[in-house]
Design a protein around this ligand. Structure first.
Ligand SMILES: [Zn+2]
Length: 328
């Protein structure tokens, strides 16, 4: 499979390293809604994908050596091998063709199709876990249930499983206390962790909401999928240096957690959360289910479910490590 990737790279003349700018230079772009867009067809072909309409002028699938991507006009949601991802900008229909922004290609597709390797001989060794909330901040509360207690329990379970798998684990808190939000990535930076994983449980006003979502930092200049105002001034944040690896890590975690827990896939989403902004290593925030959903809430409060959830996260980290540590 990887050799095939290499061949495609060769044929496509270095598509692997393209960023938005070089993509725009290599392919024709058109302006839609004031933004540059490229025809999906023009990107798909040199990357080995065959494009097929699922519904004329509305939805299409791309099938290739990497697997299958589905996209839909006027939607920010795509599916990559069955896992949902929010794009920064909606897919657009123009002149009978679906179009995607070069920014979404470089931030959402390239990191998955052409995973970047770590430096020769480098390995993922130290994982920093960040049990969300704590101390004065209970997080979501449902009756007597407090999110901060369950993120800590999940963190302990995950720590044990990661250590069994041979990783070194550090945590931003080990008890019911509240490290400031910016201190959490700062601790991971100082201890030179290779990955940062923040752990949370979700809430919604509708009790029907359920499932898993994984956040990673919003790319510079792009809107977040999260509605919370961020006071963002548009410049690049320290965490944006890892845009490509943030996405790859989020995808691998979401894929294996959904598979392991059989929970609903709410997709990979973007936010400029304080704990993600200044991490200097690939960083994600996992929302491991909804406390407000009666069925899912019961699972979250159950140690055996947290074990399964933790296994999904460990498998995702291993899958990520295998991709970035590869030597060929
Ligand atoms: Zn939380």
């Amino acid at each position: 499979m990887r050799q095939l990737f290499a061949l495609i790279l060769l044929l496509a003349g270095g598509v692997a390293s393209l960023d938005g700018a070089s993509f725009a230079a290599s392919y024709d772009t058109v302006t839609i809604g004031g933004r540059p867009y490229a025809a999906v067809r023009d990107w798909a072909k040199p990357n080995g994908f065959e494009l097929k309409w699922l519904q004329r002028d509305k939805a299409a699938s791309l099938t290739g050596p990497f697997g299958k991507i589905t996209l839909e006009a006027d939607s920010r949601w795509i599916e990559v091998n069955g896992i949902r991802i929010t794009l920064s900008f909606p897919i657009a229909l123009k002149s009978g063709q679906l179009h995607i922004t070069p920014s979404d290609i470089s931030n959402h597709l390239t990191p998955l199709l052409y995973p970047r390797k770590m430096a020769e001989g480098a390995k993922i060794r130290t994982i920093c876990l960040d049990p969300g909330h704590g101390g004065k901040d209970p997080g979501n509360t449902e009756g007597s249930r407090r999110e901060k207690d369950y993120t800590l329990l999940l963190s302990r379970e995950l720590q044990a499983q990661l250590q069994n798998a041979g990783y070194k684990v550090i945590t931003t808190r080990t008890k019911d206390e509240f490290p400031e939000l910016d201190e959490r990535p700062a601790y991971a930076n100082k201890r030179k962790a290779d990955l940062f994983v923040s752990l949370h449980f979700n809430s919604a006003s509708a009790t029907s909401a359920s499932g898993i979502e994984v956040f990673c930092l919003t790319p510079a200049g792009a809107p977040s999928s999260h509605a919370r105002p961020e006071g963002y001034n548009g410049s690049s944040l320290p965490g944006n240096r890892n845009d490509s690896q943030n996405m790859l890590l989020a995808y691998q975690l979401q894929k294996s957690v959904v598979k392991e827990t059989k929970s609903e896939d709410r997709g990979i989403v973007r936010a400029r959360f304080a704990v993600l902004k200044t991490a200097t290593m690939p960083a994600v925030l996992v929302e491991g289910g909804f406390m407000t959903n009666p069925t899912e809430g019961r699972r979250i409060y159950d140690a055996s479910y947290r074990k399964t959830l933790a296994k999904g996260i460990v498998d995702g980290i291993k899958a990520y490590a295998k991709l970035v540590e590869r030597t060929e």
